[in-house]
Design a protein around this ligand. Sequence first.
Ligand code: SF4
Ligand code: SF4
Ligand code: SF4
Length: 257
Amino acid sequence: MTAGSKKQEKPKVAFFDFASCEGCQLTVVDSLQTHLDLLDAVEIVNFREAATLNGWDFDIAFVEGSITRPHDEERLRRIREQAKVLVALGACADTGCVNALKNLLPPEEVRRYVYGEHADWYETYGARPLSAVVKVDAVIPGCPIDREEFVEVVKALLVGKRPPIPDYPVCVECKLKGNVCIFHVGGICMGPVARAGCGAICPTYGDGCEGCRGIIPHPNENAMKEVLDEAGLSVDDMMHYFRMFNAYREVGVGQWE
Ligand code: SF4
Ligand code: SF4
Ligand code: SF4
């Protein structure tokens, strides 16, 4: 390289995972296959799921998974200290997702069920989202994440913008699609309070929304109750749907304190 022609450094990006099925990282891999421009715009330095890279000098960290062991906190804090921007990748990282279902149950019962007579060998505690441990700068919601939304978030971060995550309910997208409401055919749906951005894919295919993208910032709980009342249902009837992805929001770590 000649003097004066210093090449501009690309932002360094790293991917990390905690308790998860790794489906969100797989969605990232899938998404990058058709967005090679993103690979040109960044330098990936750590991505165990897809490459033998384990660098610790990075600007943007995408972190998948819930924190389920005291030991996880140390590693997450180390990632936080290094990253200029830390992004929660997917529902496990954002809401605690299905990992937090165990928080609804007595710890000893869960530990014996999972680990049997060797329960004492394994370190585990109440599942929590990343934001319960460190500051999170942005989230990509969903179980799994939406591949196009991942691309839009990366593009926004690269130009220093706030990622465009919808804060309106799934019902908006559902009504725009002209779907018959699930409540009108005897079902239950979290659409009035669940975060949109998925194109209301579940109601579109006849299933009630379970709020995998979390709950909107200012949910209209009275409107949700009215919808339930009209359908002859109670809040308890809906909790099964709510808990699948939002148990941490309901009980925190529960009895795992
Ligand atoms: S959010 Fe869903 S798809 Fe993503 S890692 Fe967690 S369980 Fe897997
Ligand atoms: S409640 Fe569910 S099915 Fe009904 S309009 Fe809202 S998102 Fe669609
Ligand atoms: S409709 Fe609800 S459960 Fe289905 S993908 Fe969208 S937010 Fe998730």
